[in-house]
Design a protein around this ligand. Structure first.
Ligand code: DC
Length: 219
């Protein structure tokens, strides 16, 4: 089995880089953020305080997450509904960042991720893949970029989806989320000591893909 683990902050380019690598290597790309986003969406749609362990833990058993791949594209289902089109908004970024800090939420999705990696060749990307989910993965990378670069990338994505938001607001959201994702008690974003650190500020997507690809021997 090939397991490639990639972590990094939001909008560092993990998604697009992983997608291209998965295609080159003919393996799956599992975007674990989509799972946390689907859970955040449930909290949003059901008016639940996403930061409250007490409130969130009460409803976790009512949440069923499934992942399906069609032509290597990931479809994430929340209680039977495909939520791909609903989870990429800034409000869901906020809900998912808050609920993903809770241990009960992380425990719920840990096995789904580990089972997938046991059964499939996969590039898995998220926040704690190199440290907690697949600590023994043969290949580990940490992808990052400055908050400004990432905010600009995220702004373009949101604008393309028709969201009206300013650069300053996106930058503020990114900084807040970075802080929350890397200061929480469980599954926080951190650089694994054996991960290859790549700052993507001055690289194109193709260059980052080439750097990672060159380090994978099973091709
Ligand atoms: O990668 P993303 O921006 O789609 O992730 C959305 C949120 O989910 C993010 O704020 C942190 C959380 N997340 C996490 O805690 N662990 C992961 N493995 C992936 C995402």
């Amino acid at each position: 089995m090939i397991n490639i683990a990639i972590d990094g902050p939001s909008a560092a380019g993990k998604g697009v880089v992983s997608e291209r690598l998965a295609k080159l290597l003919n393996i799956y790309h599992l975007d674990t953020g989509a799972i946390y986003r689907a859970i955040g969406l449930y909290m949003y749609e059901n008016n639940i305080d996403a930061s409250s362990e007490e409130e969130v833990s009460k409803v976790l058993d009512d949440i069923n997450i499934e992942i399906e791949f069609i032509n290597r594209e990931q479809y994430t289902y929340l209680n039977g509904e495909c939520v791909n089109g609903k989870i990429r908004t800034s409000i869901i970024s906020d809900y998912s960042s808050r609920s993903s800090a809770l241990l009960c939420v992380r425990d719920k999705v840990k096995h789904l991720q580990q089972d997938f990696a046991k059964k499939n060749n996969v590039i898995m990307e998220g926040r704690d893949i190199t440290t907690e989910i697949l600590p023994n993965a043969k290949y580990k990378f940490f992808l990052t970029a400055s908050p400004e670069t990432r905010a600009l990338r995220r702004l373009k994505d949101l604008e393309a989806k028709g969201e009206k938001i300013t650069f300053a607001q996106v930058l503020k959201d990114i900084n807040e989320r970075d802080y929350r994702d890397s200061h929480r008690e469980f599954g926080k974003l951190q650089l694994a000591k054996d991960a290859v650190y790549i700052n993507t500020d001055n690289y194109t997507i193709d260059e980052v893909v080439a750097i990672i690809y060159s380090k994978i021997d099973e091709r």
